[in-house]
Design a protein around this ligand. Structure first.
Ligand SMILES: [Zn+2]
Length: 492
C-alpha cells in the first residue's frame, strides 16, 4: 500500500509539463522511447553514484578521530564489509528494476493486466460497473501480486543472507512469511475503500473533481495517521508500556519541561525483527506518544525474552556450536543500546522536530504535491493520445492514468523533488540537533549518535554526492562536527 500511495502522491509537476500534455498530439513511439531514455538516464546516474560510494567504502583506511574511542579497527572493518555488501545488493537490484520497468513499458504489460482483470470479473460473474471500480480493484490486486513475486527474492536475500551474515537478522523464515502474508492482505483491505472513493470522485466529481479528490485524500491521510499506530502497527509488533524507573521518570520530566503533551510511552519489540535501533514520536494535538525500540535501551529485556533465555539456558539438547552462537548473540546484545542520558538526548532531538513543527511542514508540502498531482491528472484523463501511447485506445481507465501514465512521465520530476526533499529533511535534522544542544544535551547527543551508528554498523565515510542524493539525515561526522560548533557558539 505504501508503494502504491507513493506512486500516487509522490510526484510533483511543473507548469511546463502541464502545457506539454494538454497541447501535444502525442506520438506513441516517441513518448515511449523518451520515457525509456529518461528511466535509463536516471538509473545510470544512480549507479554512477553507487560506484562512487563503493570507492569510498573500499578505500578509507582509518577510523575517523571522532570515533576513536567507540569503534575499534575490527568494528570498522566489519562495518565496511556490511556497507559493501549492501552497496552491491543495491546495484544488482537497480539493474533488475530497470530491466523490469522498461520491459513492462515496452511490452505494455499494463494493458495485459487490465484485460486480465476484465476476464477475471467475467469468470466470477461480477459485472463491470459504471465507474469501473470492480475492474480497478482486480487490476490493483493483480499488480500487487506481480510486485510481490518480483520483490520477494530480493527481500529474502537481504534479510536471510546480508542481514543474517552481519548479525542483524532476528527473523525466522516462518515469521517472515507470516509477516508478508499479513502485510499483503491488510494492504488490499485498506486499499479497497480508498481506491473506490478516489475512482468514484474522479468519475462522478464533474469539472472540479481534482479538488474533491484532493480533499478526500487529505482526510484519508489524517485518518491513517490516527489509526495506523494504534490499530495497525500493533498487528505486526508488540508494544508495551515502558516500565516505571529512571528512564521513564527522566523522559516524563523532559516532556513536562517542554510542555509536550505526552500521554503514552511505549517500547516496541523491534528486536524480534532486527537488531537495528530507533525511536519516534507520533500523535495529534494533545494526545502524543513516544515509542522506543527495545534495541535502543541498553540492557532492556521484555518479560518474554527473560523467559526465553531461561528456556535456552535449560536446554541440554543444543550442540556446543549452537550454544556458542547463542552466547555470541547475547553478548553482542549486552553491548548494544544507549544509557538513560543518551536516550533522553535522542528524545531531545525528536522533540526538536515537534518544537519546530517539522511534521506539520512536511504534511503541508505533501498536500501541495497531491493537489498539483490531481490537477495534472485531470489533464491526463482527457488526453486520448496519451492513453493511446500507453496502449489504451478504447478506454481511459482512471487507475492507469493515476499510476502508470503519471508514474512514468513524471520520472525526471521525481528525481528533482527527492533531491529537494532530501535537502529539506537534512536541514530539519540539523535544527533538531540544535534544539537538543539548547537543552544541554550536546555531549549525550553526540555519544548516542555514535552509539547508534556503531550498533547499526554504519560505515563512517560516505561519498559527498551519494549522500546528498540518498540520505535523509546528514552523515554522522557532519552531525558531530555541527553539534560541536553549536556547543562552542553557546559558550562564546
Ligand atoms: Zn531527526
Amino acid at each position: 500500500m505504501m508503494a502504491f500511495l507513493n506512486n500516487l502522491f509522490g510526484p510533483l509537476l511543473g507548469s511546463s509539463a502541464m502545457a506539454f500534455i494538454s497541447k501535444l498530439n502525442i506520438d506513441e513511439g516517441n513518448l515511449m522511447s523518451s520515457i525509456a531514455i529518461a528511466m535509463t538516464a536516471v538509473s545510470l546516474c544512480e549507479s554512477y553514484l553507487a560506484f562512487r560510494q563503493r570507492k569510498v567504502l573500499a578505500q578509507e583506511g582509518e577510523v575517523p578521530p571522532e570515533l576513536k574511542n567507540d569503534m575499534d579497527k575490527e568494528k570498522f572493518e566489519k562495518s565496511r564489509q556490511y556497507a559493501l555488501d549492501k552497496n552491491m545488493f543495491g546495484l544488482v537490484q537497480a539493474q533488475f528494476d530497470l530491466i523490469i520497468n522498461i520491459s513492462t513499458l515496452m511490452l505494455k504489460m499494463h494493458v495485459l493486466l487490465w484485460i486480465s482483470s476484465e476476464l477475471i470479473l467475467n469468470k466470477i460473474g461480477l459485472p463491470i460497473d459504471k465507474y469501473e471500480i470492480n475492474q480497478t480493484y482486480v487490476f490493483v490486486v493483480l499488480s500487487s501480486i506481480v510486485e510481490v513475486v518480483l520483490n520477494t527474492p530480493f527481500k529474502l536475500y537481504s534479510t536471510f543472507v546480508i542481514e543474517e551474515k552481519h548479525g542483524f537478522n532476528n527473523q525466522t523464515l516462518g515469521f517472515f512469511v507470516k509477516d508478508e502474508i499479513k502485510k499483503f492482505f491488510l494492504s488490499q483491505v485498506i486499499t479497497f475503500p480508498i481506491l473506490s472513493g478516489i475512482i468514484f470522485i474522479i468519475k462522478a466529481g464533474g469539472p472540479y473533481f481534482a479538488f474533491y479528490a484532493w480533499g478526500f485524500t487529505t482526510v484519508v491521510i489524517l485518518v491513517m495517521m490516527t489509526i495506523y499506530p494504534v490499530y495497525i502497527a500493533p498487528l505486526f509488533d508488540k508494544y508495551t508500556s515502558l516500565p516505571e524507573g529512571e528512564l521513564r521518570t527522566e523522559i516524563e520530566a523532559l516532556a513536562k519541561k517542554l510542555d509536550y503533551p505526552l500521554t503514552k510511552l511505549f517500547v516496541v519489540e523491534g528486536s524480534k525483527r532486527s537488531a537495528h535501533s530507533n525511536a519516534y514520536l507520533y500523535g495529534f494535538f494533545k494526545n502524543k506518544r513516544i515509542v522506543l525500540f527495545d534495541t535502543l535501551i541498553k540492557g532492556y529485556k521484555s518479560a518474554d525474552a527473560t523467559e526465553e533465555d531461561k528456556k535456552n539456558g535449560d536446554d541440554k539438547d543444543i550442540t556446543a556450536e549452537e550454544k556458542k552462537k547463542l552466547e555470541e548473540k547475547q553478548n553482542a546484545k549486552k553491548d548494544r543500546g544507549c544509557t538513560t542520558e543518551e536516550i533522553v538526548a535522542v528524545l531531545g532531538h525528536e522533540l526538536g522536530h515537534w518544537k519546530y513543527s517539522h511534521m506539520v511542514k512536511m504534511l503541508i508540502i505533501t498536500e501541495v504535491k497531491i493537489l498539483l498531482f490531481f490537477i495534472l491528472f485531470s489533464k491526463v484523463l482527457n488526453s486520448k493520445s496519451l492513453y493511446r501511447a500507453f496502449g489504451f485506445s478504447k478506454s481511459q481507465p482512471a487507475v492507469i492514468g493515476l499510476t502508470v501514465i503519471l508514474g512514468n512521465i513524471l520520472t525526471p520530476c521525481k528525481v528533482v523533488i527527492n533531491l529537494l526533499m532530501g535537502c529539506l529533511s537534512r536541514h530539519f535534522e540539523y535544527q533538531a540537533d540544535y534544539f537538543a544542544t539548547t537543552l544541554g544535551y550536546s555531549k549525550e547527543l553526540g555519544a548516542s549518535l555514535i552509539k547508534l551508528h556503531v550498533d547499526n554498523l554504519s560505515f563512517p565515510f560516505n561519498d559527498r554526492w551519494y549522500s546528498l542524493y540518498h540520505f535523509s539525515h546528514p552523515t554522522l561526522i557532519e552531525r558531530l562536527r555541527t553539534i560541536a560548533q553549536y556547543k562552542t557558539k553557546k559558550t562564546d
